[in-house]
Design a protein around this ligand. Structure first.
Ligand SMILES: Cc1ncc(COP(=O)(O)O)c(C=O)c1O
Length: 466
């Protein structure tokens, strides 16, 4: 059975807890011992920040204290203590094309001479529009600053043109801090996710959660006739990694048409799939397309586009809308720096050659990790979508968010992360995600495979391997 594994008190993900604790303590000490300057700097410099860090998730990393980054080049970071780390987290996709790609860095230097924001388009914007169509398809595009914003605006359009209130999302999804996506499925009921800060609105009035890969569940939810849009990633990348089963996307498309709901595909992570994202590589046909994070090479930028038929319905809606705030757009969005970076990324970075290198490297990483898992007899598995690879500390494949939740093993994953970091490799903190960029070398990939193999030897090898 995919993904479910017994979580007992003395063994987690196949690892005895006592052994895990020994390794955890030793690796945490090794991390700290290698970073005396960082530790001293943090001791004197965190009081001004809420919880000691400028963004709360910086404390979610598994190491005993944050790494202070001194610089990032290509696919490598250096920290305050001079430790050089191969970066497979890549800003959780923001730097998927490598840190400061040269064409983007040049565009930033050029644009910095001509102003940073003025609420008017530039000539580059016109070219960006053409490039967006060329790269992602025939949509009517808009720019936002974050993928969260892009999703929010896409949902407003979907509600406006359908006149319906609800959004269908998949259990375990993440689409940024979008309210409607902050629901889960518990015992067949849509509920607000526990832990939401300051939540007062009843999210179950505006959202319905269904399991991924469950077309019957989707049909039942859509049949109520109140769903404006399905908002989904093509592959669930935010709760372990869950691949669509054959026919799932065709079924979603057919059902959304049958019941008059729009299909919004959020490619913010699956843009790793290849040129044009999963949509182009696998021939999906969304009504609205969203992507963010790396689309402008790391400059905060997101894109969202409407198919012509949606754009026409939106124009008709706007013709009747009362004057006033639309609830869409933010002051710094669509600024000239974003156009400059989008143009550089779309034209010079996001190329077939780039993706070919990423794909080959990620396939090598996937194969190397799968071989290590099998060599050590770990009850784990590896999944990949293009340049994005994830190991999961449970058997697979996983079919949906509930199975992914059961497979998620934070205690083991935290130890693995620190072990890898102590061997010079950084992976994404919240789950076990690794990206291969166009500037990630095969040597770096082999070092990560070796570090993973050494970590599995600690966790699963004979006692003396520790
Ligand atoms: C699929 C997906 N969509 C949207 C977002 C939101 O991106 P941002 O945090 O840049 O707004 C994320 C963030 O991880 C994501 O994974």
């Amino acid at each position: 059975m995919g993904g479910t594994m017994e979580k007992t008190a003395d063994v987690i993900a196949g690892v005895p807890v006592a052994r895990l604790e020994t390794i955890r303590a030793r690796e945490a000490a090794a991390y700290a011992a290698a970073r005396p300057r960082t530790k001293a700097a943090l001791a004197g410099g965190t009081a001004a920040w809420l919880d000691g860090v400028p963004m709360h998730w910086m404390t979610d990393w598994p190491m005993p204290f944050p790494m202070l980054v001194a610089r990032a080049r290509k696919a490598r970071l250096s920290d305050l203590d001079g430790q050089r780390i191969d970066d497979f987290c890549l800003g959780d996709t923001g730097s998927m094309f490598g840190h400061s790609p040269a064409p983007v860095a040049r565009a930033i230097r050029r644009q910095a001479r001509d102003g940073l924001t003025y609420m008017l388009p530039t000539e580059a914007a016109l070219e960006v529009g053409r490039l967006l169509v060329e790269r992602f398809g025939d949509f009517r595009w808009q720019i936002a600053t974050t993928a969260t914003d892009a999703n929010r605006f896409a949902l407003r359009v979907a509600r406006a043109v359908t006149g319906r209130p609800k959004v269908l999302v998949f259990n375990g999804c993440y689409h940024g801090t979008v309210d409607e996506a902050m629901v889960a499925l518990h015992a067949g009921q849509t509920v607000a996710r526990p832990g939401l800060t300051g939540q007062v609105a009843d999210l179950t009035r505006t959202a319905v959660a269904v399991e991924f890969n469950d077309l019957a569940g989707v049909e039942a939810a859509l049949a109520a006739g109140d769903v404006a849009a399905i908002l989904t990633e093509p592959v669930m990348t935010n709760s372990c990694m869950v691949l669509p089963e054959p026919g799932f996307h065709d079924g979603l498309r057919a059902l959304s048409r049958k019941f008059g709901a729009l299909l919004i595909i959020d490619e913010t992570h699956t843009i790793s799939s290849g040129l044009g994202g999963y949509t182009a590589v696998h021939g999906l046909d969304p009504d609205i397309f969203v992507a963010g994070k790396c689309v402008a090479g790391g400059m905060p930028t997101a894109i969202w586009g409407l198919r012509d038929h949606v754009a026409k319905r939106f124009a008709a809606y706007n013709a009747t809308r009362a004057a006033g705030h639309s609830g869409m757009g933010t002051t710094l969005s669509a600024n000239p720096m974003q156009f400059a970076c989008l143009r550089a990324t779309l034209a010079e970075v996001m190329t077939p050659e780039t993706y070919a290198h990423m794909e080959a490297g990620a396939a090598r990483l996937e194969a190397g990790m799968a071989a290590a898992i099998s060599r050590h007899g770990a009850p784990w598995h590896v999944v990949r979508v293009g340049a994005r690879v994830e190991f999961i500390c449970a058997p697979g494949p996983l079919r949906n968010g509930s199975e992914a939740e059961a497979a998620h093993q934070p205690a083991v994953e935290g130890v693995v992360h620190t072990c890898l970091l102590n061997r010079g490799c950084l992976i994404a903190p919240f789950h076990n995600m690794m990206l291969v960029s166009p500037v990630t070398s095969m040597k770096q990939i082999d070092r990560l495979i070796a570090a993973f193999d050494a970590t599995l030897a600690l966790l699963f090898g004979p006692d003396e391997a520790q």
